[in-house]
Design a protein around this ligand. Structure first.
Ligand SMILES: O=C(O)[C@H](O)[C@@H](O)[C@H](O)[C@H](O)COP(=O)(O)O
Length: 238
């Protein structure tokens, strides 16, 4: 692992939200000068809430911004745990009401059955991600690349055409009941122009420092994006 990977430490979660929103705004604005639409790939969970609320206050041409989900628990929008619902609630408000959220869930029986529909939606949204916002669990997962998960090898594919994969996570305190997942692949996330990992608290900082040390990717799959993108913006706040 490139141990030159640095963690940018902020004094507070709000300061991290403001500065990362600045970074995202620059990349979206640049993309919108070059193309009709820009793409902000958004993770769920909880950490990015402050960022998304801050971004919703920013003067961006949100009606031209596609916001595909990085990953989704296999629950319908509106159901507890839906990442799409989280992103819609936190980002699609105030100035960003017209942001175009691209959910991964469909009424297919399982995430495996939903892969093709999700891939089509992501391809329709556009080829290039401008920004990818990632979080990390204390088990060293990011996106839905969970340690030793069924489907992890496919999820970590770097093939051009493979942009989404179905994953069945192992039950743990991190995954709770949400074991069936759909996730962007490493290949899709790593091609984003800017990749940003947001973590908070001392436990996650220690987890990330373990991930930066050498070790098997399947044990801490966040290592896959750290390897692929040593220029990743890793932002931490207490
Ligand atoms: O489906 C999800 O939960 C997310 O997309 C996942 O990858 C998240 O980023 C991490 O689990 C961290 O979650 P927290 O931000 O809630 O700690």
């Amino acid at each position: 692992m490139d141990n030159k990977i640095e963690i940018i430490s902020f004094e507070s979660r709000q300061q991290m939200a403001e500065r990362v929103a600045d970074l995202v705004e620059v990349h979206l604005s640049r993309a919108l000068l070059e193309r009709k639409t820009a793409q902000l790939a958004a993770s769920g969970g909880s950490t990015p809430a402050g960022l998304y609320k801050t971004l919703a206050e920013r003067d961006v041409a949100w009606d031209r911004v596609m916001v595909p989900l990085v990953d989704e628990r296999w629950v319908a929008p509106g159901e507890p745990g839906s990442n799409e619902t989280f992103v819609r609630k936190m980002l699609q408000q105030n100035k960003a009401q017209k942001a175009q959220i691209v959910g991964l869930w469909s009424d297919s029986a399982s995430s495996s059955d939903g892969v093709d529909v999700a891939a089509e939606k992501l391809n329709d949204a556009g080829a290039e991600l401008d920004v990818a916002i990632l979080g990390m669990g204390n088990d060293g997962h990011t996106a839905s690349w969970f340690p030793h998960a069924e489907g992890l090898e496919t999820a970590l594919s770097e093939e051009d055409g493979a942009i989404v994969a179905a994953v069945k996570a192992k039950e743990s305190e991190v995954t709770g009941s949400h074991l069936d997942r759909l996730t962007m692949t490493l290949g899709h996330v790593k091609r984003a122009r800017c990749v940003c990992l947001l973590i908070t608290g001392d436990e996650k900082k220690a987890t990330l420092q373990r991930a930066i040390e050498r070790g098997p990717i399947e044990e801490m799959p966040v290592r896959a994006i750290l390897n692929a993108r040593p220029d990743i913006w890793i932002c931490w706040a207490p």
